[in-house]
Design a protein around this ligand. Structure first.
Ligand code: SF4
Length: 618
């Protein structure tokens, strides 16, 4: 008989874990990634704490200045500022970046010499100071979730903590797919990277570390083998259902806010609570918008049940005494209109929401959202040209986008959106049409930005590059100003330079850009934006119009009034209007008159009334 020696039972010891929110994460909200992981770990018996060094830097730099730096993402400024602190003498010199981005940096209002001083001297010293704090004594694991421009600050602190014997774990959107693998390969002080969703992988990784077991074969964990190669056994399955997840724990954020006392608003923004009710995108799972690099490899849509979402809101509101919620969902679950917002309206809850939504929401749906507390909506409008929307697989028409803007204003919603240009196959007339439309909708909320699309990793424009008309030229030049030579920039970059031969020259977009500038100026704070509204009385409809170049007041008779009401909720054809109002109604002529008067927008025989009802009962 032979006996086999059994391995000694693993001894589990409690780990001391710190989760770290690094600059340049906004100071206006806690990290939902870290808050959620902290809550998940607490359920599993690991009491982690979250440290907010983003807040500390904001206090030192000044809250307004810090927040402005957080938003200079196109320049990779936040990464560049911490490059010396992260990579020491290996970091590229500062001058090429300052020269290359002189115009962009000037727009931030920052002095280049001051930025160079932060990068070369102040921030390395700051990270030394942070890493020397006694609070790291006894810490086993430091976890960094890196999104947007948190990479270099996080790498810089991790390097110093690693030198003190702390195990470092990275995750977050910056570590998706080959980006994460390359960071593990090129950064010796990263011990582990969680690639993909961390909800189940991080606790499993910490379990292995607590028992001294090798986590190298854990799905979702990248690590370095003894020979220096990167081990990655593949992605872990995504979380199948979101209902069982806990609500994020934001207590440490609010404790730090109480200690550091930021102003009530910074750049006009109050503190808001990030709130997750869905992952992935139900539209993108069917028709991935060509420019969209969100969701990496996990577009499959999963959402909490409406009941669970409502319970989560109440739990967060009660725990943190807040009313302001910022949804991090890529797209609103359509069930929530009736399942979440209608109950919130009935309960007369005073929560307010930011949500990303689909621009095809109807007037009735927007009314319910508004009554339930929606205040800022981001509908992904992207264009006012149906052919361009088709090229980008947006699943919406120009008329639907204008309809959204119209009902958004009616319900006093802030609508945030962009006008994108530069789609292979685009034509001059696609922009001429948009200019004409803009001339009619100055009374609706303008876009915040107009410009060429970016070529982002994971987007169809990136993965189906040539088929969709792009040629990749390489990572944005700024990556080379941030990362040392040993990095494969093509593997870590998220945004790429490109050429797209079948697009128009930049000059072709100039009229659009100028029209948007005028539009934005009319809506600037302190201005009274134009108004286009109608009142309905017995036998008549009166339109009041303060758009530049239009008649101030026009009055229409009963038949015209009924036709206008028919095209107010949504766009209709003349045939559809006649079906509703009777064959005797000369719908074609009346609709053509409304279009000629600039009171309706026509596309492919469909007419949408542009005037907002003055009546509040629509
Ligand atoms: S742009 Fe929005 S709607 Fe389109 S795939 Fe991305 S997340 Fe979904």
């Amino acid at each position: 008989m032979t006996t086999t020696a059994l391995p000694a039972p693993a001894v589990r010891r409690p780990l001391t874990v710190r989760l770290v929110d690094m600059p340049f994460a906004s100071s206006r909200r806690p990290s939902i990634q870290l808050g959620l992981l902290q809550a998940i770990l607490a359920r599993r018996g690991t009491a982690a704490r979250t440290v907010h060094l983003n807040l500390e830097l904001a206090q030192r730099l000044g809250w307004e200045r810090y927040e402005a730096l957080c938003h200079a993402r196109d320049l990779l400024l936040g990464e560049w500022l911490f490059a010396r602190a992260a990579f020491g003498p290996d970091a590229p010199p500062p001058e090429p970046y300052l020269r290359r981005h002189a115009a962009g940096l000037a727009a931030t209002g920052e002095d280049p010499a001051g930025l160079a001083e932060l990068r070369e001297t102040a921030f390395p010293a700051l990270l030394d100071e942070w890493a020397a704090r006694s609070e790291w004594a006894g810490v086993d694991v430091a976890g960094f979730s890196s999104i947007f421009e948190q990479n270099c600050a996080a790498l810089g602190l991790a390097r110093r903590l690693r030198a003190r014997g702390v195990t470092t774990v990275f995750g977050g959107a910056n570590f998706e797919d080959e980006m994460g693998l390359e960071y593990v390969r090129a950064v010796p002080w990263i011990d582990y990277a969680v690639i993909g969703e961390g909800d189940e992988v991080l606790p499993a990784l910490l379990d292995r570390l607590a028992t001294g077991a090798d986590p190298g074969d854990l799905p979702g964990v990248a690590s370095r083998a003894a020979d220096g190669t990167v081990r990655f056994p593949g992605r872990a399955p995504q979380v199948a259902t979101l209902d069982p997840l806990p609500e994020p724990d934001y207590a440490d954020y609010f404790a730090d806010v109480a200690r550091l006392r930021p102003p009530a608003t910074v750049r006009g923004q109050p503190i808001g609570l990030p709130f997750e009710s869905a992952r992935g995108c139900w539209w993108g799972a069917k028709h991935h918008c060509t420019f969209c690099g969100l969701n990496a490899l996990g577009m499959a849509f999963r959402s909490k049940s409406p009941e669970r979402a409502l319970a989560g809101l109440d739990e967060l509101a009660e725990r943190h005494g807040t009313y302001t919620f910022l949804s991090v969902d890529n797209i609103l679950d359509q069930r929530y209109v009736e399942g979440v917002f209608a109950p919130l309206a009935r309960q007369r809850k005073d929560y307010t929401f930011f949500f990303e939504v689909k621009s095809t929401l109807t007037a009735a749906q927007l009314r319910t959202l508004s009554r339930g507390g929606a205040r800022i909506l981001q509908p992904g409008i992207e264009s006012l040209s149906t052919p361009l929307l088709r090229i980008m697989r947006k699943g919406a028409t120009a008329l639907q986008n204008v309809r959204f803007l119209k009902w958004g204003r009616y319900h006093q919603l802030v609508v945030t959106w962009n006008l994108l240009t530069g789609f292979p196959g685009e034509r001059v007339e696609d922009y001429a049409t948009q200019l004409r439309t803009i001339g009619l909708i100055g009374h609706l909320c303008p876009p915040g930005y107009v410009g060429r699309i970016r070529l982002d990793r994971f987007s169809p424009n990136f993965t189906e590059l040539e088929e969709l008309g792009f040629t990749r030229l390489g990572p944005l030049a700024a990556y080379g100003d941030v990362y040392p030579d040993r990095f494969d920039l093509a593997a870590i970059a998220y945004t790429f330079d490109y050429s797209a031969p079948r697009t128009l020259q930049d000059e072709a977009y100039e009229p659009l850009r100028r029209a948007v500038e005028d539009w934005q100026a009319a809506w600037a704070p302190g201005e009274l934006p134009p108004l286009l509204a109608f009142r309905r009385g017995a036998g008549r409809l009166t339109v009041t119009d303060t758009r530049p170049g239009f008649d101030r007041v026009t009055t229409w008779g009963e038949t015209e009034a009924r036709v206008y009401e028919a095209i107010t909720p949504t766009a209709r054809t003349a045939a559809a209007v006649r079906r509703d109002l009777g064959d005797g109604v000369p719908a074609e002529e009346i609709l053509a008159d409304f279009a000629a008067a600039g009171l309706a927008l026509e596309e492919d025989g469909q007419y949408l009334g542009l005037a907002l009802p003055a009546n509040p009962n629509w």
